[in-house]
Design a protein. Structure first.
Length: 256
């Protein structure tokens, strides 16, 4: 997690990002630090439609195997070349169009800038091996037509060698509240173990951040007993013994 904190310092020092913008992105992961001590991640700032990176974090090279200089030179083309062949078409023809359509449907720029786009994919490292990555993207600037022109991204190594279902989640940040999922779609087959209801996903998110059953119940306007019942169901469904195991499983499988 020290690497993740250093990434925060670096991207903030770059001058592209306001402190409050990046703080709300990093805060959930800092809260999960005790469950995910080996989290590897990097930030980036990407310009559209040029596909040029304005900033790349230090850990990018550790995760992808490509020197930052090469990634900066090749831009988004390197990313498109490196996504697994079985998933690049899904990203280009389904995931990204869904993201663009969702942004276009929002009423004003402030709402658009309060969205977090989260999706996972397999990425081919420079040494030829594939890793599962989770990309968290936030709109920084919009063009005169209300489309994203500059984005902040945070790529996290999921440390899971299994084939994961490709999933897009869009979350809406609310003042001093956990971001709420407003869109969720799975584009590839989903293992039975990962079939969670919307309510189960909400409760899992709060438990992973260390909320008690009573605190979670207050946030969701339900009873603590209902939260406890969902907790037992989640532990059984995810085949975990406790919340620590459940948090690790959920994170490594892009459920959070």
């Amino acid at each position: 997690m020290r690497n993740f904190r250093q990434e925060f310092i670096d991207v903030f020092s770059s001058g592209y990002i306001r402190e409050d913008t990046i703080t709300r992105h990093i805060e959930p992961y800092i809260q999960m630090e005790k469950y995910l001590p080996d989290l590897a991640a990097y930030f980036y700032v990407l310009e559209y439609p040029s596909g040029k990176y304005r900033f790349l974090g230090r850990q990018q090279e550790h995760i992808s195997g490509y020197p930052n200089e090469e990634v900066l030179q090749r831009g988004i083309d390197l990313f498109l070349h490196s996504v697994h062949p079985g998933e690049i078409d899904i990203l280009l023809h389904h995931v990204y169009p869904d993201m663009i359509a969702f942004v276009a449907a929002q009423p004003d720029d402030n709402v658009k800038k309060g969205l977090l786009f989260q999706y996972n994919y397999r990425y081919k490292r420079k040494d030829g091996t594939y890793v599962n990555l989770l990309d968290n993207m936030h709109i920084l600037e919009l063009d005169d037509r209300g489309r994203a022109s500059l984005v902040l991204g945070n790529v996290i190594l999921l440390q899971n060698g299994e084939l994961l279902p490709l999933r897009l989640k869009i979350k809406q940040f609310q003042f001093k509240e956990l971001a709420q999922t407003v869109f969720s779609r799975v584009y590839t087959s989903l293992p039975e173990r990962s079939h969670l209801t919307t309510r189960e996903m909400e409760i899992l998110s709060y438990l992973a951040l260390g909320y008690t059953s009573r605190e979670t119940a207050q946030k969701l306007s339900i009873s603590p007993l209902t939260v406890d019942t969902h907790r037992r169901h989640l532990l059984r469904k995810l085949q975990c013994n406790n919340v620590v195991e459940m948090t690790r499983f959920a994170f490594r499988n892009a459920l959070l």
